[in-house]
Design a binder for this molecule. Structure first.
Ligand code: ZN
Length: 231
């Protein structure tokens, strides 16, 4: 009876390996847009606290962060990931931060990566830091751990690629785009456009390339994929 048993087992065993899972989606969110949006929106789901949708970035920020983000899209796609952009042009009134988070939620993003550059009243302020949501039950408890891990990995890879001063990672409770996110979310402040040295660097294609490569490497580390694909 041995031969028929083997034949039966062969019949029920899978003939082909499982189909590969669909590639993860990264939602890349270049901050701001051409115009600020001074309408308000709740800071989190169900909150009575409202914040301006988008006060507008520092001068020139919307264009710089879009350039880096578009390059990042190319690098991530080459690495085999799917990418959804919250915007691909700088020509409108900002959609606000609830809308950005909803794009990431709908996409089922493995990472919602928000790209910004900073401004300060002091021209001496400099450096790169990465923000992620503070733990709050009902809002961010489901994405806190992954967001914190993503922030550390992306911050480390970004400063390694650019050589910028490393100002570490910071938790924030007051970011509408964090509180509405149901997916891991971070916001990178690449540098200060009010700092003459960093502003000059951020204006160069070479530095933008290094920044995009660093963001790509950090994202792939977070997704546990080989970073060599980023170049
Ligand atoms: Zn900004």
């Amino acid at each position: 009876m041995l031969a028929p048993l083997v034949a039966a087992l062969t019949l029920v065993s899978p003939a082909t390996p499982a189909a590969p899972l669909a590639a993860p989606v990264v939602v890349v969110d270049p901050g701001h847009d051409l115009r600020a949006n001074l309408a308000t929106e709740p800071i989190g789901p169900g909150s009575t606290v409202r914040k301006i949708k988008d006060g507008g970035g520092t001068a020139g920020e919307a264009q710089v962060v879009l350039a880096v983000s578009l390059r990042l899209r190319t690098l991530l796609q080459r690495a085999g990931l799917r990418v959804v952009m919250t915007r691909t042009r700088t020509d409108s009134t900002s959609m606000g931060n609830v809308a950005r988070a909803r794009i990431a939620n709908r996409a089922g993003a493995a990472l919602f990566l928000r790209v910004h550059a900073d401004g300060s009243t002091s021209s001496a302020s400099r450096g790169t830091h990465t923000l992620y949501p503070v733990y709050r039950r009902g809002w961010t408890d489901d994405v806190y751990d992954a967001s914190a891990r993503a922030a550390r990995l992306v911050q480390r890879a970004l400063v390694a690629a650019t050589g910028a001063a490393d100002d570490g990672v910071v938790e924030r409770s007051d970011f509408t785009g964090f509180n509405w996110a149901n997916v891991p979310v971070i916001l990178v402040e690449m540098g200060f456009m009010t700092n003459p040295t960093e502003d000059r660097l951020l204006a160069t294609a070479a530095y933008r390339e290094r920044a995009a490569v660093g963001l790509c490497r950090g994202t792939l580390r977070f997704l546990r994929r080989p970073v060599a694909a980023c170049g």
